[in-house]
Design a protein around this ligand. Structure first.
Ligand SMILES: [Zn+2]
Length: 154
């Protein structure tokens, strides 16, 4: 089940998705009439399966074809995976920011940090370590840069 929180900010309609995107997800029903500008917050999407992906692409492709400007923000690691795997997953929309996985060298905790796509480009995909929120140790980027940031250079 996916829960949707809808919020209007000027001309932008902000949609906060939370939950796994699967068979039962009906974007038409959840989002309603297409606004001129859609901002999709994907922070709380832990999982999306293949049927969910199909529904996602169908909905956002239609939205894009109808002239809706689409921006994806705070994409979870599950969403970033799909963006990298499926070249048209973002359906012409802008990927504004993504969560990046880190793992602490000291206590082995896994954590995520939010980065803007624009800043990742500037960093040349070299991600500096962050401070672990649990023990204060050094947490390092925990994936393969060429894969996790594949979409950035596309
Ligand atoms: Zn730690």
């Amino acid at each position: 089940m996916v829960n949707v929180i809808k919020e209007q900010q000027g001309s932008k309609t902000i949609i906060r998705l939370s939950g796994s995107i699967e068979e039962t997800v009906n974007f038409d029903q959840m989002i309603g009439a297409l606004p001129p500008e859609l901002v999709i917050n994907c922070k709380e999407v832990p999982r999306i399966n293949s049927v969910g992906v199909k529904g996602w692409i169908k909905y956002f492709q239609t939205a894009q074809a109808k002239g809706t400007k689409i921006t994806f923000v705070e994409c979870s690691t599950a969403i970033v995976e799909q963006i990298n795997l499926i070249s048209n997953f973002s359906c012409g929309g802008t990927i504004e920011s993504i969560y990046v996985p880190f793992s602490c060298q000291k206590c082995k905790s896994e954590l995520v940090g939010l980065f803007k796509t624009e800043d990742l480009k500037k960093m040349n995909l070299v991600i500096p370590p962050v401070k672990c929120s649990k023990c204060g140790g050094e947490a390092h980027f925990d994936d393969i840069p060429e894969e996790y940031f594949g979409f950035v250079s596309r």
